[in-house]
Design a protein around this ligand. Structure first.
Ligand code: ATP
Length: 250
């Protein structure tokens, strides 16, 4: 995708530079919006303060997310322009492991960008991508931002909405869905409304949810429910905020 990324892995800022490169390439390819560049900058600053690592409370959230997805009847993973640029193959893999649908759901909706993201996911191994039918609406949200597929997010019992806008996250929670949010800002409305807020970089979060899902795949439902019940969203948000405000960057 785009120009080659030729920074060596030994570079101390390798992950951060790779992330920027993917977002930039996403904009060039027409899958990420310019607003997505700004969101990336905010996320990067928070990740720096978090120590660019998956803190224990985020790992617990990622395990709880995996348990929710395995217990779900109709799980859906939502993909926007930043998610498509940063973790396309990883989202396809997670969807396969937990048997979830993928749905493109973008804030700055244009048919062109929507189709480009669907195509991009196909290039990364997806076979069925929802989001183009757009035959249902999330109640309480304005115009095209409300549009979803009736047999996708609209019907879902568990949704993963990474880097989601706060309004839509709140409206989806209002519909009674179990919402899993990935957002580096523990104070964002999306993180605050989620049943499972994952305060971690999506580049680390999604592969780790997949690892947990593989680990829990053959576990009985009772064990999955215990993982879900033992997770406390408020504690996880407080731990993340504490790590960001007072973390030791050494
Ligand atoms: P709200 O949720 O309150 O509407 P916002 O307006 O800041 O907050 P958006 O711009 O809609 O949120 O979403 C971007 C969010 O995604 C930001 O909180 C940002 O920190 C987060 N973010 C950006 N890049 C990443 C990333 N790579 N991994 C995880 N989170 C990220």
């Amino acid at each position: 995708m785009g120009e080659e990324f030729d920074v060596p892995e030994s570079h101390p800022r390798y992950q951060s530079l790779l992330t920027r490169h993917r977002i930039e390439a996403g904009v060039e390819k027409g899958i990420t919006s310019k607003q997505g560049l700004i969101a990336e900058g905010r996320g990067e600053a928070l990740d720096y303060l978090l120590g660019e690592t998956t803190i224990p409370s985020a790992d617990a959230a990622e395990r709880a997310a995996a348990a929710h997805l395995l217990l779900a009847d109709h799980p859906v993973l939502s993909v926007n322009g930043n998610v498509a640029a940063l973790v396309p193959g990883e989202m396809v893999e997670l969807a396969a492991v937990v048997d979830a649908a993928l749905e493109v759901n973008i804030f700055h909706r244009t048919e062109e960008r929507l189709n480009a993201i669907v195509e991009h996911l196909h290039e990364h191994g997806a076979t069925d991508v929802k989001g183009q039918t757009a035959d249902a609406r999330i109640p309480g949200i304005d115009h095209e931002r409300a549009t979803v597929d009736a047999d996708g997010i609209y019907e879902a019992d568990v949704v993963v909405v990474p880097l989601e806008d706060g309004d839509r996250a709140a409206a989806l929670a209002e519909m009674g869905k179990t919402e899993i949010v990935v957002d580096l800002n523990p104070l964002s409305r999306s993180a605050q409304t989620a049943a499972v807020p994952i305060v971690d970089n999506i580049m680390r979060a999604i592969p780790n949810v997949t690892d947990h899902a593989r680990d829990l795949q053959d576990a009985p439902a009772s064990e999955l429910r215990t993982v879900v019940d033992e997770f406390d969203a408020d504690d996880a948000l407080a731990a993340a905020e504490d790590a960001i405000r007072s973390g030791d960057l050494a």
